[in-house]
Design a protein around this ligand. Structure first.
Ligand SMILES: Cc1cc2nc3c(=O)[nH]c(=O)nc-3n(C[C@H](O)[C@H](O)[C@H](O)COP(=O)(O)OP(=O)(O)OC[C@H]3O[C@@H](n4cnc5c(N)ncnc54)[C@H](O)[C@@H]3O)c2cc1C
Length: 377
């Protein structure tokens, strides 16, 4: 049995956020900034964060030419335009909160490379026109001259560059956000796995299991920000389908004379690479096995890693005789059918937030603001 002190001081909150990734912690920060006297806790199952936010590639990006052209076809000009605006708003909030130094942000621009002709190359003027009121200049420029400067393969037939993209250190970014949340009075409890939630019009109850104990927590509001794991806690007709997608990554040993700068996208975003402390970080390959990669598993697979190594040796480092791989990992992304992120009231006082579709660094802070807008006070 719990003491009176526990139930009134340790198990009662105005807001519980489940999941300590970028969406969860950004929500906690946005809410705490608006309600400094409210009690807010973030419950994170890992002893350190254990989600996509510290398993990604660290691109602070808003979408490549071919991705945005694809989005225009999928969702229409207005929705694609607004989605880019939301990504850039999210990046602006993130940078205002964190600054550049603490998250190792480099504003080196981004490039999309094409190994063959692609219809998006003929749409550059149209896409630039769609984004003009957000970016105030041409977002994308054809810069084939950079192919040699970056040491890329001659198989690269076109390079589209944007100066509005950067890279950062995802681990430092989340550490910084956790620190900012704590400074605003947010409690963060690691090793705390929420196993069930029930809600009514006045409060929400949940069970939270840690190594030593299982506790009941009562609160006024919950935000569930557990990425593609949301359905294990909340199911509701208000939640559109969440499509999990595993992303696999490798990082090479330091490469002497590496001349890559900024971030790189290839194959409509299915491959991405960057320089990282003199190494190459390369991720992607999900398109090789879409069904097999629709998983919550964090394991890497030989099949995808082999494809990544092939891209590494033939496209990115064609002149490098031998390359050792120092790190390999995988993480889970939450995709939606219409590529739009979701912030929705799933049950009374229970909000879900997910669906960054592979761009959570950009969208996470904006979704945190949207959650804070919806919360009861
Ligand atoms: C390989 C890879 C590369 C990527 N590259 C980029 C990139 O370069 N740029 C970009 O913008 N985006 C990228 N993304 C996408 C980005 O990382 C995600 O969109 C973003 O991190 C999602 O944030 P989140 O807060 O929703 O989820 P997460 O970061 O996954 O956070 C969810 C948290 O919930 C916790 N949790 C789960 N269940 C429970 C529970 N029951 N109780 C308590 N806690 C729980 C998890 O441990 C986790 O820490 C990439 C993703 C992957 C996998």
């Amino acid at each position: 049995m719990r003491s009176y002190w526990d139930t009134t001081a340790w198990q009662a909150y105005d807001l519980v956020v489940i999941g300590g990734g970028i969406i969860g912690i950004s929500t906690a920060i946005s809410y705490a900034e608006r309600h400094p006297d409210h009690r807010v806790v973030v419950l994170e199952r890992g002893h350190v964060p254990f989600g996509a936010t510290t398993r990604n590639a660290g691109f602070a990006c808003f979408g490549s030419l071919s991705e945005i052209a694809h989005d225009i076809d999928l969702m229409g000009v207005d929705a694609a335009h607004d989605l880019v605006r939301m990504r850039l708003d999210g990046l602006r909030i993130l940078m205002q909160r964190c600054g550049t130094e603490s998250i190792a942000y480099n504003h080196d621009g981004g490039s999309e490379i094409f190994l063959e002709d692609h219809p998006a190359l003929r749409r550059i003027d149209d896409v630039n026109a769609v984004l003009r009121d957000i970016i105030n200049e041409n977002a994308f420029q054809q810069r084939n001259d950079l192919r040699a400067a970056y040491g890329l393969s001659h198989d690269v037939v076109a390079l589209i560059h944007t100066s509005h993209e950067g890279t950062l250190h995802s681990g430092k970014m989340l550490r910084r956000l956790w620190k900012l949340a704590a400074e605003r009075g947010v409690e963060i409890r690691t090793g705390s796995t929420v196993t069930s939630i029930t809600s009514n019009n006045s409060s929400v109850r949940m069970q939270c299991a840690s190594v030593q104990q299982t506790v009941d927590i009562v609160c006024s509001n919950v935000v569930v920000a557990t990425n593609a794991m949301i359905p294990s806690l909340v199911q509701s007709p208000a939640i559109p389908p969440i499509l999990p997608g595993r992303g696999q990554v490798l990082v090479t040993e330091p490469i002497p004379g590496l001349s890559l700068r900024g971030s790189f996208h290839m194959d409509e975003g299915y491959y991405y690479f960057r320089e990282l402390d003199g190494r190459v970080l390369l991720g992607g390959g999900r398109n090789i096995d879409i069904d097999g990669e629709a998983t919550l598993s964090h394991d890497t697979t030989q099949r995808i890693q082999d494809v990544l190594e092939h891209v590494l040796r033939t496209v990115i480092l064609p002149h490098q005789p031998s390359i050792n791989i120092e790190h390999r990992w995988a993480g889970t992304m939450a995709f939606t059918e219409n590529k739009q992120p979701v912030v929705a009231v799933a049950e009374p006082r229970v909000i879900v937030a997910f669906g960054c579709n592979g761009m959570g660094i950009a969208l996470g802070s904006a979704l945190g603001e949207q959650c804070a807008d919806l919360l009861h006070t």
